[in-house]
Design a protein around this ligand. Structure first.
Ligand code: GDP
Ligand code: IMO
Ligand code: MG
Length: 429
């Protein structure tokens, strides 16, 4: 029995959706514990692509339970859209298949308005958020003024919170940003309407997980974003507003640390990031364009072009420590095919000295230049490889170099977007 946490080791979009879908086969429950619909997790099953922003990536399995934990910020409109889209695809999402924590916070229209107004006002200095209201929603949670899922079941509480909050939010929106004020009544009507549809899914997720643990069920925790977007340990302030680290699975799902048995870190075989912020190995030349095109590196949430660069193992090694990683899953190894030489960043040079960790100061981080280990590339198509022995020698050497630099073994190598395009070295369950 081993409950497993899957987290991204870089700046998101490492392929968590694919890996979670894959591992769900051996799990009983799949839980999202942080983030919101800033996430875009892609699954390709039987040639069909699905992108999930809120619903856990295990939802395609009929007999598995998916749960949205209290640590997630939920835009109810997006959740209902996802349920509706699944219905169109022939998948009926019932309470047997999905639970929504009564303690999760709701993204409100004023959160989105503030997110957008703030980014606009920042101009060139903008973070490049997804504009989904994630930051402002987490702010209200911490300020203890948030609206929670449970409030959907109490119309009076909901109305009072919306009216009270809007007084402050409208003052901020109109006086500080010169933006439009929002009316309480349409928001209340909309949320009460959505409450009717979502009510059946609302539960105490922590208690549900306890019952599952007592019944010896296996739980898979699905992280969103990536370690270096972590609000504490990431490239602050160019981060998201939650903790995407494995440790956050406890508070964000309502379980104790003794229930986390195994942590898998997803490493894309190169580095990408959407939005602004430090990126030491970024390639702004034709190699970067080539990686971007070959990997179809466009954001699954906003459609933005992802910035691309060489694999940065300083970033990955920081993730090994921050998440207590047991194993790595390498994704998009096929995206490395066709390059003559491959660089792996093994450390940074800062003011004439070698450093092995990302710097807290943005100024110091900007002074870091990458120190590369150069490796030979390969030209063969590897997308059909299902065993490590079927990889060209250079691809094996590349994977081994990652393993050695990270200091932990690899359990999965992904060579294509489809569920089947996988080399399973060791299943964590
Ligand atoms: P996530 O946010 O970590 O779940 O990742 P995204 O879904 O945002 O981005 C990963 C993209 O790469 C998606 O389009 C996946 O379908 C795709 N993908 C995942 N693994 C592989 C792989 O090994 N090879 C290729 N070519 N594509 C992959
Ligand atoms: P998944 O789960 C990649 C980035 C945004 C921006 C910063 C803050 O698909 O890996 P936010 O809207 O969260 O306030 O934006 O974080 N970001 C992501 N980048 N993948 C994600 O999720 C992301 N979620 C947020 O681009 O730079
Ligand atoms: Mg994504």
């Amino acid at each position: 029995m081993s409950n497993t946490v899957v987290v991204g080791t870089q700046w998101g979009d490492e392929g968590k959706g694919k890996v979670v879908d894959l591992l769900t086969a051996r799990a009983d429950l799949v839980v999202r514990f942080q983030g919101g619909n800033n996430a875009g997790h892609t699954l390709v099953v039987n040639g069909q692509q699905y992108i999930f922003h809120l619903i856990p990536s295990g939802i395609l399995y009929e007999d598995k339970k998916c749960l949205i934990g209290n640590g997630v910020v939920v835009d109810p409109e997006v959740l209902l859209e996802e349920i509706e889209d699944l219905k169109k695809a022939g998948i009926e999402v019932t309470p047997k298949r999905l639970s929504l924590s009564d303690k999760a916070h709701l993204i409100m229209p004023y959160h989105r308005a503030i997110d957008l107004a703030r980014e606009d006002a920042k101009g060139k200095g903008r973070i490049g958020t997804t504009g989904r209201g994630i930051g402002p929603c987490y702010e209200d949670k911490m300020a203890r003024t948030g609206v929670r899922v449970v409030d959907l079941t109490e119309p009076e509480t909901l109305e009072e919170k919306i009216r009270t909050n809007l007084k402050e939010k409208n003052f901020y929106l109109t006086k500080f940003f010169d933006a439009e004020a929002l009316d309480a009544q349409p928001i209340l009507d909309q949320y009460l309407g959505m409450a009717e549809k979502l009510g059946i899914f609302i539960t105490d997720v922590s208690v549900e997980l306890e019952q599952a643990l007592n019944a010896n069920k296996k739980i898979l925790f699905e992280g969103a974003q990536g370690t270096h977007l972590d609000v504490d340990h990431g490239t602050y302030p160019f981060v998201t507003s939650s903790n995407p680290l494995s440790g956050a699975a406890c508070a964000g799902a309502g379980i104790g640390p003794n229930q986390l048995h195994h942590v898998v870190g997803i490493v894309k075989a190169y580095t990408t990031r959407v939005g602004a912020g430090p990126f030491v190995t970024e390639l702004t030349d034709e190699i970067g364009d080539c990686i971007q095109e070959r990997g179809k590196e466009f954001g699954a949430t906003t459609g933005r072009r992802r910035r691309c660069g060489w694999l940065d193992m300083v970033v990955v090694k920081d993730s090994v420590r921050l998440n207590g990683l047991d194993r790595l899953a390498i994704t998009k190894l096929d995206g490395r095919t066709g390059l003559e030489k491959l660089n792996i960043c093994v450390s940074y040079e800062l003011e004439g000295e070698r450093v092995n960790h990302r710097q807290a100061s943005l100024k110091r981080q900007a002074l870091c230049s990458p120190v590369y280990k150069e490796m030979p590339g390969w030209q063969e198509d590897i997308s059909q490889a299902r065993d490590i022995s079927q990889l060209p020698q250079q691809a094996r050497a590349y994977v081994e170099a990652i393993e050695e630099l990270a200091g932990i073994p690899i359990s999965i190598i992904s060579v294509g977007a489809g569920r089947e395009a996988t080399i399973m070295v060791q299943n964590p369950f």
